[in-house]
Design a protein around this ligand. Structure first.
Ligand SMILES: Cc1ncc(C[n+]2csc(CCOP(=O)(O)OP(=O)(O)O)c2C)c(N)n1
Ligand SMILES: [Mg+2]
Length: 576
């Protein structure tokens, strides 16, 4: 056996390169050996330095032969690497982290397959308007489309990512890469947050940086864009005179804060949110109609109101569950992009700019006016709430009940993660009430399976003091079950509630609705609580409905990873 010596000229302590290159021949080890003697003051260091200056202290990813120059400086820069067990989990984990911090999720993959594995998370971030930076190495300059069997060679990885994200840039130097990071933050701060991909050719990543020091500093923030003052005045006039104004808050309203509550109070206007805008005003507030934009009673309320203020939402079909929003009254829309002002619902008055700034403008404009209109009473809103509960229950009485019993054990300040499982969208989405936005981790439009567990991991890394509970189906959990290992390794206190209906119940139903005898949807199940224990967590199983709330509470109180297995059949039994 030969022992390889450290090839690094760096002063870092990362010299554990005791590899057996003779007997462990692999394409990866040959490529690693060939990469000896790199300049450590390289593009990898420059990129990580500028990210650190923007506040990034955690990255999600998997190290690989080609991306190690991103990893080399992490310790020195004080950036925590979270190694997920699949790059899909890195991209979803970074989203969970991003939602808690307000910073973009940063994902580091190796070239080719690692990058492609992360693209489901990039697609999610695009569809749900969330900021994310994907960093990957790419083939060395001059080797584009060489098709010569190089390690991880992918026909066109920049193009592949570019088909999914806002922009994908293959850079030509360290300073070009650093400028791409600045451009990404420009987009996240002043535009519609969406993912970007920066590909650094291997030779650029590993050669001396040409980046001047001053370029490595985060750019200071500029004032955010305000809306046209005359349009704000017109909007204020309509809102002040409205008898039944309603506010719809989407993901673009989720960081406005207490000014949104103050606006609603000044207008006596109820606020209903999308799931991405959930808890944009505290859901205990008397004017909150929670995140029930999917229900007919809410569509009716909106359509009958005489003024609707829509903030930062495209109001897509996935959010509305087939409902149609066609208000009889005046529609005012706030969006950072003009192109969104008539998306799905036409607007009469468009306010383009930063939603927090514009809500402030509206508040100022309303202070100068007498608000004459609103006649909405607390009793009317209570009646709407009662109908909403009934409608939500009718969608799936069993899942509504199961979710209610689970929710009874969840503390009010918890972050709740979900997945594209019935227990999430027929259950938790309706029963969970929260006081702060970004506390319900979900992908209402992209509806990607495998999101819940890694996003919960990312959220817990970012917010270790808040309870994090992930409630999802058996199918969804199996898409990401390997992230139990990440949770254990990161020492996270995480609760998983797996509602097991024996497979893909939604698709089973879809098949039956089409007259197809269920095929490919009834699935073998592991022993879930034993599986959790095998990873080093705790496992609980519910055998009777009366145990559910207490068992979830016990799992939440258990330090470390704790899973509660809920076989749904328990609730179907006679007298259950
Ligand atoms: C990545 C991905 N693959 C496939 C689907 C299609 N799909 C939607 S729901 C579903 C079943 C999910 O199973 P589970 O999480 O157990 O929820 P259930 O429907 O059983 O409540 C499937 C396969 C999807 N949404 N996402
Ligand atoms: Mg299932």
């Amino acid at each position: 056996m030969t022992t390889a010596t450290a090839t690094s000229t760096d002063t870092d302590t990362d010299t554990d390169t005791d590899t057996d290159t003779d007997t462990n021949y692999s394409p990866e080890s040959t490529a690693a050996a060939a990469a000896g003697g790199v300049n450590v003051n390289n593009a990898g260091l420059a990129i990580m330095t500028v990210l650190r200056s923007y506040g990034i202290d955690t990255i999600f990813g998997i190290p690989g032969t080609h991306n190690l120059e991103f990893y080399r400086p992490l310790g020195r820069l004080g950036i925590r690497p979270v190694t997920t067990r699949h790059e899909q989990g890195a991209s979803y984990g970074s989203d969970g982290w991003s939602q808690q911090t307000g910073l973009p999720g940063v994902v580091i993959t190796t070239s080719g397959p690692g990058l492609l594995n992360a693209l489901s998370g990039a697609g999610t971030a695009y569809c749900e308007s969330r900021p994310m930076i994907l960093l990957s190495p790419g083939v060395a300059e001059g080797s584009e489309f060489a098709d010569n069997g190089a390690l991880h060679e992918t026909k066109d990885s920049t193009g592949a990512a570019g088909a999914i994200v806002e922009w994908s840039r293959r850079v030509t130097s360290a300073s070009d890469a650093v400028n791409a990071v600045h451009d990404a933050f420009e987009l996240f701060r002043y535009g519609r947050p969406r993912p970007v991909h920066i590909e650094i050719p291997l030779n650029v990543l590993e050669s001396a940086s040409n980046c001047p020091e001053e370029l490595l500093q985060a750019r200071p923030e500029r004032p955010r864009v305000a809306a046209d003052a005359a349009a704000v005045e017109r909007a204020a006039e309509v809102l002040a005179a409205a008898v039944h104004p309603v506010i719809i808050a989407g993901g673009g309203a989720s960081r406005i804060g207490s000014e949104l509550t103050a606006l609603a109070e000044s207008l006596n206007a109820p606020v209903v949110t999308t799931l991405n805008g959930k808890a944009s005003i505290p859901e205990s507030h008397p004017l909150s109609l929670a995140s029930e934009i999917r229900l007919p009673v809410i569509h009716e309320l909106i359509n009958q109101s005489d003024a609707v203020l829509i903030i930062g939402s495209k109001l897509g079909e996935a959010e509305l569950w087939g409902g149609v929003i066609a208000p009889a009254g005046t529609v005012i829309r706030i969006d950072v992009l003009e192109s969104q002002l008539n998306k799905n619902v036409a607007s009469d008055i468009g306010l383009v700019g930063d939603s927090a700034v514009i809500v402030g403008q509206l508040r100022d404009a309303l202070t100068a006016r007498t608000i004459t209109g609103s006649a909405t009473t607390a009793a009317e809103l209570a009646a709407v709430r009662d109908t909403a509960v009934r409608e939500a229950q009718e969608v799936s009485p069993t899942l509504h009940r199961v979710a209610t019993l689970i929710n009874d054990a969840i503390p009010e300040n918890a972050i709740v993660a979900g997945d594209s499982s019935q227990i999430t969208y027929f259950g938790m989405a309706s029963v969970v009430r929260q006081q702060a936005s970004h506390s319900f981790l979900y992908t209402p439009a992209y509806a990607t399976l495998g999101y819940g567990l890694p996003s919960a991991v990312g959220a817990k890394v970012a917010a270790p003091d808040r309870p994090v509970v992930c409630v999802l189906g058996d199918g969804a959990l199996m898409f990401a079950v390997q992230e139990f290992a990440t949770a254990i390794e990161q020492g996270l206190d995480l609760t998983i509630v797996c509602v097991d209906n024996g497979g893909y119940a939604e698709i089973n139903q879809n098949e039956r609705d089409r007259g197809i005898t269920p095929v490919g949807v009834v699935l073998a199940q592991p022993n879930w609580s034993v599986l959790s224990a095998a990873f080093g967590g705790h496992g609980f199983s519910v055998t009777d409905p009366t145990q559910l709330t207490d068992t979830v509470a016990q799992a939440i109180a258990t330090p470390g990873l704790a899973l509660v297995h809920v076989p749904l059949a328990v609730f179907d039994a006679p007298n259950a």
